[in-house]
Design a protein around this ligand. Sequence first.
Ligand code: CS2
Length: 445
Amino acid sequence: MDAPHYDRASQAQGIVHFGLGAFARAHLAWYTDKALNAGENGWLITGVSMRSPAVGEQLNPQDGLYSLTERSADGECTRVMGAIREVLLADADRQRIVDLIASPDCHIASFTVTEKGYCRRPDGSLDQSLAAQGFYPLLGEALARRHASGLLGLTLLSCDNLAHNGRVLEKLLGEWLAAHQPQATGWFAHECTCPETMVDRIVPAMTAANLDEAQALLGDVRDEGAIFTESFSQWVIEDRFAGPRPRWEEHGAQIVADVAPYETAKLRMLNGAHSLLAYCGLAKGHTYVHQAIADPDLRTLVQRLMLDEAAPTIRTAPGQDLPAYAEALIARFENPALQHRLAQIAMDGSQKLPQRWLAVLAERQAQGLSSTAIMRGLAAWLRHVRGDNGPVDDPLAADLEAASQQPDTAAMIRAIVGPGGLVGSPWHPSDDEIAQLQTALGEAR
Ligand code: CS2
């Protein structure tokens, strides 16, 4: 089994990463581990968990080491990863986290805090009271310290599935600094950068049974931090770094001038199809992505969403082949070894659907085009937030559930995605579209 070839004890901690869930361990940490194995120095990662001590409790007793197993129908391939130095907890280790980010060794702060971790209001502005519970206070304090000590700016790398994730982070962090560290705002604007990124790797949440499987694969060694993922991985990063960085591009990452074509295709096709499979698949009694994509009705629906509805809204980069992309995505969804739960994807729909479906609906509505696959998905989501598939895991769950109990379904739809509605929607349904959704909803009532 492949293991780190580099000396971990002598490496500086060049990256502080917020939100060290399974995805970051299979993506940013995987690329960084490859760079360290190739002889680069100074890029160990400090993980920061915002609330739950679980990841620290898994990884710290193992000195940050964990195994990553790529799984497909053809077999498995396991590697031990060494890029994570330690995992700290936002509240308990506050001073140490600020010191690390404010240290001259640190060049990158990165984020996989999920869509809701950015604390945006439906109008796109920063919700200051939510933000006070998130990464903003730590980062703001550390940036102010860097500014005061005349250090280089940082690269702030959002690795979340948000449209224009870099610009969003830059704007929101700017709002935080303006309110709390106004002296650092000019320095932040000139010396720090927030590159856009497209991140892609399917990483199911590990279950207790998966950890037992990992133990068997590892020759009876228990790894509480084990990860299962697919062999595919993609990372497209805007070439806009504030200072030094690992040469991730030597290990498969693409550093490009414009991330938007890749990001839009990924959000609207991969993630859009995922959400469709999740809500329609759960409604039909499926549990896993590979089961839902094997359902001929859902497979046709996913193809329609990707090729007929999303693809025409995507401005492609030279050489970007969307039909081939759609085919490759379906093959990835079919991977039976991943056991990717639909319920995991169904979480946080209010935060995910604006960039996955609603932006497509808005663009197509402006062109007078209807989008029957997305509309069916939306009806399935409205039933989901009504509680049809069980408890709803979403930061807006209580409000969505209350809105979805209204007997007048047109009013319900407007309260959720209409102007000033609960979800920051770039699309507001026309009367015709409301009637379509009502029909789709009525079919299930
Ligand atoms: C999924 C994503 O849970 C979800 O919403 O659509 O996590 C997806 O697996 C990744 O973005 C793939 O890169």
